[in-house]
Design a binder for this molecule. Structure first.
Ligand SMILES: Cc1cc2nc3c(=O)[nH]c(=O)nc-3n(C[C@H](O)[C@H](O)[C@H](O)COP(=O)(O)OP(=O)(O)OC[C@H]3O[C@@H](n4cnc5c(N)ncnc54)[C@H](O)[C@@H]3O)c2cc1C
Length: 431
């Protein structure tokens, strides 16, 4: 049961105990702030607006999600991606239109201007508990007393590279080393005319490989699983029977996905092992339907192959491979690009004080925070949203499609009001 904290009741109309601090200005931070400010809550939001989409994704990338699943959440109608396209005179997006990341970034900027207001482009250095809430220290040295903190920092700090690859980058992975993570790139054309191997079988790996190939690199992909999974080409206006057999949802078609998208609050009631299984298994690595023709038959993809040993010789990466699939047993490349995903681990959030990091309750069997139905952690008035909430509420929280559910619940909890009933929302009980 969530503890009732006195300062929560005083939030509206500016608290004696300070503003609500939102850390992160991506889709989740922006949506939560838009809802809180529309409810009259004093909010300070910190971060680089759509920073991950501008600095942690390579130029030329597209979103994998469809336009219908890519709306930030505004507290009033008019803030969808389609509304943005209409407002700026852009072309109408259909299920068959891959969205360039650059368009999504422009949408985020427009959304901020119309629904969020001021965003402070400063990093939060530390968050620690204080007598009345939280003490938040900014990179420039300013200290803020916050009544509540919403962590919406995305995946940035959570990038994962398997330890066995790390000998390739004794001074740390990065674009200039022989090893990097996909999140460290904005321009893959720097590897033109070089030999590059990409590890991974998901969208990031396959799209990065396509971009590398198109930029003139000699690229190959190493995939642990026996085959690449490709998304199905969407079929607009499906007949009724098909829609009943395989209902649509923001994350794809089928009853399982439709259920987790329409009832993330129910996912939270499942036993933790079932939620974690759902988190690991639902929507495993796959390539977007529109990417297939840029990869299949165009560049070498070695399935059932994994790296068992990696070392540097001079400036080159020497890789020993194993697995049942076809391909050379050894590879020597100029660069190894790890599209090896992200690990949800509270320990990686260095801005949280050691006390918070170590004492926050975890979802059993994971390193992600245990959250209430209102996204509150085991520390009162400290909220987590986005991917870190996925082990609690299911896979929708890994995607932009989860912003409405999160923003409404957090706002309802902080203001003590019932949330608007959204597509996937149910009222949070007042404290
Ligand atoms: C390659 C890739 C492709 C993806 N494609 C899709 C897709 O097609 N559709 C989809 O729905 N989802 C996609 N996702 C998932 C995507 O990350 C999320 O849907 C979405 O960006 C999550 O938003 P967020 O607000 O949680 O985090 P982010 O968008 O990552 O934003 C994080 C924010 O936190 C800020 N920040 C971080 N640390 C600090 C700090 N210490 N102080 C201040 N600010 C800080 C950053 O500046 C940034 O503003 C993709 C992810 C990746 C990695």
């Amino acid at each position: 049961m969530t503890q009732v904290v006195p300062w929560r009741r005083e939030l509206r109309g500016v608290g004696r105990h300070g503003p609500v601090v939102v850390i992160g200005a991506g889709p989740y931070g922006l949506s939560v702030t838009a809802h809180l400010r529309a409810s009259g809550v004093d909010v300070r939001i910190f971060g680089d607006i759509m920073g991950s989409w501008r600095h942690a994704m390579a130029t030329g990338m597209f979103l994998k999600s469809t336009p219908q699943a890519t709306d930030l959440s505004a507290p009033v109608p008019g803030g969808t991606l389609a509304d943005f396209c209409r407002a700026v005179g852009g072309s109408v997006l259909t299920e068959l239109t891959p969205i360039p990341c650059a368009t999504f970034v422009r949408y985020g900027m427009w959304f901020t201007e119309h629904y969020v207001g001021e965003v402070e482009n400063t990093r939060v250095r530390t968050v620690e508990r204080s007598r009345t809430g939280y003490r938040v220290c900014l990179e420039g040295g300013e200290e803020i007393g916050a009544a509540a903190v919403v962590v919406a920092t995305g995946l940035g700090a959570l990038a994962h590279i398997p330890p066995r690859l790390l000998p390739l980058a004794p001074r740390g992975p990065g674009p200039d080393a022989a090893l990097s993570h996909t999140s460290q790139h904005t321009d893959l054309s720097r590897y033109a005319r070089q030999h590059v191997a990409v590890v991974g079988g998901g969208q990031s790996a396959l799209e990065s490989a396509a971009l590398l190939h198109e930029a003139g690199a000699d690229v190959r992909v190493l995939v642990r699983s026996p085959r690449i999974r490709w998304g199905d080409t969407p079929v607009p206006h499906r007949p009724l029977l098909q829609r009943v057999i395989k209902p649509s949802s923001p994350l794809g078609t089928g009853w399982a996905l439709a259920t987790v998208c329409h009832a993330p609050h129910a996912v939270r009631r499942l036993p933790a092992p079932s939620r974690l299984l759902l988190h690991r298994r639902a929507l495993g690595p796959s390539g977007g339907w529109w990417l297939r023709e840029r990869v299949e038959g165009v560049l070498p993809v070695h399935c059932s192959r994994h790296i068992v040993h990696a070392h540097l010789r001079g400036e080159q990466a020497h890789l020993t491979l194993a697995g049942a699939g076809e391909g050379p047993p050894k590879l020597c490349v100029d660069h190894l690009l790890a599209a090896t995903g992200y690990r949800l681990d509270l320990e990686a959030l260095e801005f949280l004080s050691p006390v918070l990091r170590h004492r926050l309750d975890r979802v059993p069997g994971s390193r992600a925070p245990r959250l209430t139905a209102a996204f509150e952690s085991s520390f009162p008035a400290l909220y987590f949203t986005g991917s870190l909430a996925a082990p609690t509420f299911g896979p929708m929280l890994r995607f932009v499609a989860g912003t409405a559910f999160a923003a409404r619940r957090i706002t309802a909890h902080l203001t003590g009001r019932a949330p608007h009933h959204g597509r996937s929302g149910v009222a949070v009980r007042r404290q």
